[in-house]
Design a binder for this molecule. Structure first.
Ligand code: TYD
Length: 409
């Protein structure tokens, strides 16, 4: 058997959780694709040397981020606002040069954040490997290269455009298995006073809420401040600030700079201490996590089986990538969940990866509401609760699984 090694430290990985055979989280498909559907063994490993929780195996990036990639950031109004605020924070941070600053964003998607810099007339560059999404960004006036970011590409950009004042990324860094090379690229690309600011789903939240659905093929890493401090520390950089975010069910924004370039916020020490107290640096913590995940699975299956026995109609709300992990790990198919409604046109009429539950337009939900709706898009709960007053008023109930499996409403 091949020994699996930590992508950061090279140390052997300790297996902490096994989700079984999983399809691609975002691999919504048509019946004629069922027979050739791609599956891989989804297991989580941890290495105390790097303190990095990671997938042991990951499908090749070409399987996931290609010309048919079905994720466009700008479909959510809430996320539009979030990224406008992120851009505003960068512009007001004092880290950008007063004359001709240059901002680079990795995984700029359709330009949801970078367009704010473009509109302000600022020099910018997006790097987006999914060609179809990069084309949308370019068409919006956001200068975008369709490439994978590497140390070599960083050196080329620094040569042609000059070094950058800010390197940004949102929900991208945790996708990249070759992250050490990316960090080397960031170091090469940033000016001596430059900063990297990026955010990703936060391990602290996953542990606290048992939100194991954050784990799917695209999320090769689940970061903590400890693991990020270590990863960048190895390359002569350091964490200078941290800002918890509510997006994606609990994220963390990390601010990094060349060592000694900027003062370090007291928040960094506070959060690092809290993570040590939570045990995010120890393998034993993930053994506890596994027990919580297994309990969550048993409760969800029991609840859905009970509703079926009682003849209740159950649908899903939001065909998220996260739901793929839950459905496949718990073995929940169309016998327990009639359909999942989703507002994204390219998902509608398709079937969920692995378990093949039909994905229907939102209108299917409003036209014939179920007795219970499983809130797979729980990270958008606030927006959805505000929108679904009529569903609740007519007796519709919600099933949520974070922070624990329960019925609401
Ligand atoms: P997202 O938050 O991107 O989660 P993931 O990264 O796990 O895929 O996806 C949210 C999904 O939920 C997206 O497909 C759109 C859908 N959605 C609705 O159908 N209705 C809504 O009101 C909201 C907010 C989202």
């Amino acid at each position: 058997m091949t020994e699996h090694r930590c992508r950061i430290s090279g140390a052997p990985l300790t297996k902490v959780l096994d989700f079984g055979r999983q399809p691609l989280g975002n691999g919504f498909l048509s019946p004629e694709q069922f027979a050739s559907e791609y599956f891989y063994p989804m297991e989580l490993g941890f290495a105390e040397e790097s303190m990095m929780l990671q997938l042991i195996e990951q499908p090749a990036p070409e399987q996931m981020f290609h010309e048919h990639y079905a994720f466009y950031s700008s479909t959510s109004r809430f996320m539009e606002r979030h990224f406008a605020e992120f851009a505003r924070q960068v512009m007001d941070s004092g880290f950008l040069a007063t004359t001709d600053p240059f901002v680079v964003e990795l995984g700029c998607n359709d330009g949801i954040m970078l367009k704010n810099f473009a509109q302000a007339g600022m020099r910018h560059l997006g790097i987006e490997p999914s060609r179809n999404v990069a084309e949308v960004a370019n068409s919006k006036g956001v200068r975008t290269l369709s490439e994978f970011f590497t140390e070599d590409l960083a050196a080329q950009i620094a040569k042609t455009d000059g070094q950058a004042d800010a390197f940004l990324a949102a929900n991208v860094m945790c996708h990249i298995p070759t992250i050490v090379d990316v960090v080397k690229g960031i170091r090469a690309l940033l000016k001596p006073t430059g900063v990297a600011m990026f955010e990703d789903p936060y391990l602290g939240d996953v542990i606290e809420k048992t939100s194991y659905d954050q784990i799917y093929d695209e999320h090769v890493f689940l970061f903590s401040a400890l693991s990020i401090q270590h990863l960048f520390g190895e390359q002569g950089m350091e964490l200078i600030d941290l800002q918890p975010q509510t997006t994606h069910g609990g994220s963390m924004r990390y601010v990094l700079a060349h060592k000694g370039a900027h003062p370090v916020s007291e928040r960094v020490t506070r959060i690092l201490d809290r993570e040590c107290a939570m045990g995010l640096d120890r393998v034993a913590t993930f053994d506890e996590f596994r027990k919580h995940v297994e309990r969550s699975r048993s409760k969800l299956i029991a609840l859905l089986a009970d509703l079926k026995t009682r003849g209740k109609r159950v649908a899903g709300y939001g065909a998220t990538s996260k739901s793929t992990t839950i459905l496949n790990y718990c073995g929940i198919g169309p016998d327990l969940i009639e359909y999942i409604s989703d507002t994204t046109p390219i998902k509608q009429g398709k079937f969920t990866p692995g378990m093949h539950i039909p994905v229907k337009p939102y209108e299917a939900f409003t036209a014939n509401p179920p007795d219970y709706a499983v809130l797979f898009a729980w990270n958008h709960a606030e927006e959805i609760m505000a929108k679904e007053k009529a569903y609740m008023a007519s007796g519709g109930k919600w099933i949520v699984h974070v922070p624990k499996v329960q019925v609401l409403g």
